[in-house]
Design a protein around this ligand. Structure first.
Ligand SMILES: Nc1ncnc2c1ncn2[C@@H]1O[C@H](COP(=O)(O)OP(=O)(O)O)[C@@H](O)[C@H]1O
Ligand SMILES: [Mg+2]
Length: 238
């Protein structure tokens, strides 16, 4: 496996507070991997650590072979890693189109931004119809689509998605998951998906790890996980 993102024996948290405790994980090129875990397991902190938003105590993160530990989020984005956070992932008072434009700011005056807006809107006809509506008027599912679309505006080779199905109906969650798969297949973007929703994540993930109390307690192919009661691992950690 060619690792696009490689997390090596990472210990991290906030200030001196320890959250992630010795996590190693590799995301393959063009792969969808899922990190599953209960509330408070450290899923968001792990993504924040990769993206330069948490305190790294020990260990390293590599992106396309370059050590990104210690880099600022803006430097990381420029290297081709994008992040759709769990909360506040769209600007509610901006329109769909304005949100996408803001998503591209890191690229500066790139003449292809307009064409890229049209391109991501093609992926999401549901929000294309609403391009001039403010984000706060969207449904939960549409808002998550916008968050993912916005993350794509930096033209990433890998995408971090934090609980994109949270708060969505089962149907909206499945629609979103199939969009993520389409992004992977048509844009060759590798995806690291973080979820509490095991069933939805397993609809698209090729490889899975379970994170409990800041540690990976189980890891394997999605196939191997079909027979595993993942939720029970959330509570017992074994
Ligand atoms: N900004 C923060 N400052 C201090 N502690 C935090 C912060 N964010 C999260 N935590 C703590 O880190 C732990 C893991 O949280 P989090 O990474 O959000 O878990 P998850 O995303 O799996 O629900 C929790 O104990 C949480 O209270
Ligand atoms: Mg979280």
């Amino acid at each position: 496996m060619v690792g696009v993102l490689r997390i090596v024996d990472l210990y991290s948290g906030y200030g001196k507070m320890k959250v992630i405790q010795g996590v190693s994980f590799e995301l393959g090129k063009g792969e969808i991997a899922a990190i599953l875990g209960p509330n408070g397991a450290g899923k968001t902190t792990l993504l924040n650590s990769v993206f330069g938003l948490a305190a790294i105590h020990r260990g390293e993160v590599y992106f396309n072979g370059t050590k990104i530990t210690g880099m600022k989020p803006s430097e990381i984005v420029k290297r081709g890693l994008s992040y759709s956070p769990q909360l506040d992932n769209v600007f509610p008072n901006l329109t769909v189109e304005e949100n996408l434009l803001v998503g591209s700011f890191i690229r500066g005056r790139d003449p292809s931004v307009r064409a890229d807006i049209e391109d991501v809107l093609e992926l999401f006809p549901e929000i294309k119809r609403r391009r001039h509506q403010k984000a706060k008027t969207l449904s939960g599912g549409e808002r998550q689509m916008l968050a993912v679309a916005r993350a794509l505006m930096t033209k990433p080779s890998a995408l971090l998605l934090d609980e994109p199905t949270a708060g969505l109906s089962p149907k909206a969650a499945s629609t979103l998951m199939s969009k993520v798969k389409e992004i992977k297949e048509t844009r060759s973007v590798a995806v690291l998906l973080v979820e509490q929703n095991v069933a939805k994540a397993l609809e698209i993930a090729e490889r899975v790890a379970v994170l409990v109390s800041g540690r990976i307690v189980k890891e394997g192919s999605a196939e191997e996980f079909k027979a595993v009661q993942v939720e029970s691992l959330f509570f017992t950690g074994k």
